[in-house]
Design a protein around this ligand. Structure first.
Ligand code: AMP
Length: 143
């Protein structure tokens, strides 16, 4: 698949934005939504997405990207403060060959601990929604 993909309004994050699919929401405003990854690679794995139709880094408007990364920083700080990880990895994939599986641009916030290996990307088990909602509330309390 090329990097020049056309935005598909039926992608899973578009459905999360519209509310058609449930998610464990951490934060929302008129430009941004943050929610828990349903197949977390670590405890507190959070996704931050813009409310614009962009597939990846290459088709998002610079002003929207600027807002998205600043919001990612703000939410990453709250994840850090809520969960006290040893490190926090920020990930963002462009194109199937790079590991992207959902074609609505997003940043991953991955809390990491020295003694805990990361789970598989987009291949692990689905988390319990009640646990995700509890983590979302913990993170939201630090925003
Ligand atoms: P990427 O592979 O970078 O496109 O990341 C997509 C992420 O979305 C993966 O980490 C998936 O676990 C996650 N994901 C897929 N479906 C859902 C869903 N319904 N709710 C929350 N996260 C999801």
């Amino acid at each position: 698949m090329s990097l020049l993909v056309t935005y598909d309004a039926q992608n899973i994050f578009a459905k999360i934005l519209s509310g058609a699919i449930p998610s464990a929401r951490v934060y929302e405003d008129d430009r941004t939504l943050a929610f828990m990854d349903a197949f977390p690679q670590s405890k507190g794995h959070t996704l931050v997405i813009p409310k614009v139709d962009a597939c990846n880094l290459f088709d998002i408007e610079p002003a929207d990207l600027q807002n998205l990364i600043v919001e990612t920083q703000r939410i990453a700080r709250a994840v850090r403060d809520a969960l006290s990880p040893d490190g926090v990895r920020i990930m963002q994939f462009n194109g199937e060959a790079a590991g992207q599986t959902v074609f609505h641009i997003h940043f991953h916030i991955l809390p990491m601990w020295d003694d805990q290996p990361l789970g598989r990307h987009a291949g692990g088990g689905m988390a319990d929604i009640n646990e995700l909602n509890a983590l979302a509330a913990q993170i939201r309390a630090k925003l």
